[in-house]
Design a protein around this ligand. Structure first.
Ligand code: 4AD
Ligand code: MG
Length: 436
């Protein structure tokens, strides 16, 4: 049979019971195989699930039986037969094969049980076929779809930012520099400044694009390339900004917890944890957060930014995300508006995920007055020439606005209960890895 025909059914429709007693054909890859005497069991995987196929000598042609007996893990093949219920088979269904055909035998698969983390990262292009990563990548897709739906329903436009830029959004220390036809340019750390441009035309916008950080840190939550969701809203203040973030997080948690509970359970995450997320999330000022950290035994002083240890201490026992707002102007980005009611602090907010995961969102109300922005840029020694266009936005019909950035892999790490951020992205880029 031709593997390109469209007469194949997905494994999931067999597992759902829709094909009981009917003759079907399926195609996919060998998940596992074993044989003894005149019986070969081939567990076949397609994108929708896995199913056991029993291939019997004498029932199928000799050539087909020999092919089934000789397969490797990950050989690609076609099976035709009739599904029947079988409690002993994985998923509860088995196909009694009437025919078996190889698409490609291939060579023995290099990944067996109990491989080292480094080996699995070196063979990531093959390891992505594993059940756990397949399920995580499905969930990641469902998460970004859910986020897009959330913003669509609220009248946002999705916009695209440039990736090659001249200006740092989040400070010089983590910029990847490149040679742009003889002059320096950088890989974007954040699309925020461009989202602010779109905001002046479309009012409510979001960007979903890669951001790059030359992070020298080797941690379980830093990537040098990650996916960044950055909404920006005209006529929003800090309070409205936090409200929107809260609604977005509740929306995506409930969507996944309700509609993808099986996938979550399969990867070892309790859907109930996501269904239990509800607002209002606790809101702590930076000042109060420092007091709390110190009471929990952290050695941090007022004036220092919270680090991974402090965030872990604050969120370890928490079941809800926590907002930390009004950080000190001294260590926050130049574009954050100073709080007129609490001078020395800015109208910032970070959102920390519970269970020790820590920061998943950074957001703020933006400076919308040109003179105030120029002054802050001077204080931070930023070269005006690279940012003139950004200041221009404050010269021509400026409006109050706010926005935030959500790290997709940070969100997934928490929602899926992953130990390491590298498993939330197919091809993790970290300080010591850009292969495969
Ligand atoms: O807090 P950050 O640096 O804020 C910004 O970039 C703002 N311009 C966003 C905005 O207001 N539009 O980054 C935002 C989020 C973090 O909270 C985190 O989730 C994620 O981006 N992030 C990273 N994720 C993985 N690896 C890294 N190295 C990350 N750095 C930041
Ligand atoms: Mg941040």
């Amino acid at each position: 049979m031709d593997c390109l025909s469209d007469s194949f059914v997905p494994v999931s429709s067999i597992l759902s019971g829709k094909c009981e007693g009917k003759k079907v054909s399926i195609r996919g890859w060998v998940h596992r195989a074993r044989s003894s005497g005149g019986l070969a069991f081939v567990i076949l995987r397609d994108s929708s699930g896995i199913i056991q196929c029993a291939v019997k000598k004498g029932v199928v042609e000799e050539k087909a039986f020999d092919a089934a007996k000789g397969v490797y893990v990950e050989s690609s093949c076609i099976v035709s037969g009739t599904p029947k219920k079988d409690e002993r088979a994985p998923g509860g269904w088995e196909i009694s094969a009437a025919d078996f055909g190889l698409i490609h035998l291939g060579t023995p698969f290099p990944i067996a049980k109990d491989q080292s983390v480094e080996f699995l990262l070196d063979t990531r292009h093959l390891w992505l076929r594993s059940q756990k990563l397949t399920k995580i990548m499905k969930l990641r897709d469902y998460a970004t779809r859910s986020l897009r739906n959330f913003f669509d329903e609220r009248g946002f436009f999705e916009c695209v930012p440039p990736i090659i830029t001249k200006s740092a959004c989040e400070g010089g220390s983590t910029l990847f520099q490149l040679d742009y036809f003889g002059t320096p340019a950088y890989l974007s750390q954040s699309g925020q400044m461009y989202a602010e441009v779109y905001m002046t035309a479309l009012e409510k916008v979001y960007i979903l694009a890669p951001s790059f950080r030359a992070e020298p840190s080797r941690t379980v939550r830093h990537l040098s390339e990650y996916w960044h969701l950055e909404p920006e809203m005209a006529f929003y203040n800090q309070k409205m900004n936090m409200q929107l973030q809260e609604e977005m997080i509740v929306h995506v948690c409930h969507d996944l917890g309700k509609n993808h509970a099986d996938l979550l359970t399969d990867i070892g995450r309790e859907p109930e944890k996501l269904l239990a997320v509800r607002g209002p999330f606790p809101r702590l000022t930076y000042e109060k957060a420092i007091e709390k950290c110190r009471s929990l035994g952290c050695k941090i002083e007022y004036g220092q930014d919270l680090g991974a240890d402090e965030e872990a201490a604050l969120t370890k026992e928490a079941s809800q995300p926590i907002f930390i707002h009004n950080h000190l102007k001294a260590f926050k980005a130049f574009y954050m508006r100073e709080d007129p009611n609490k001078p020395g602090t800015v109208l910032s907010n970070d959102l920390l995920a519970p269970e020790g995961h820590g920061e998943i969102i950074g957001g703020s109300e933006r400076i919308w007055d040109a003179a105030e922005l120029r002054q802050r840029m001077e204080e931070q020694n930023l070269p005006m020439s690279d940012y003139q266009w950004y200041v221009d936005l404050r010269e021509y019909g400026s409006v109050p606005h706010a926005g935030f950035g959500l790290g997709i892999e940070r969100l997934c790490k928490w929602m899926f209960g992953l130990d390491h951020i590298r498993d939330a992205i197919p091809f993790p880029r970290t300080i010591n890895r850009a292969y495969p």
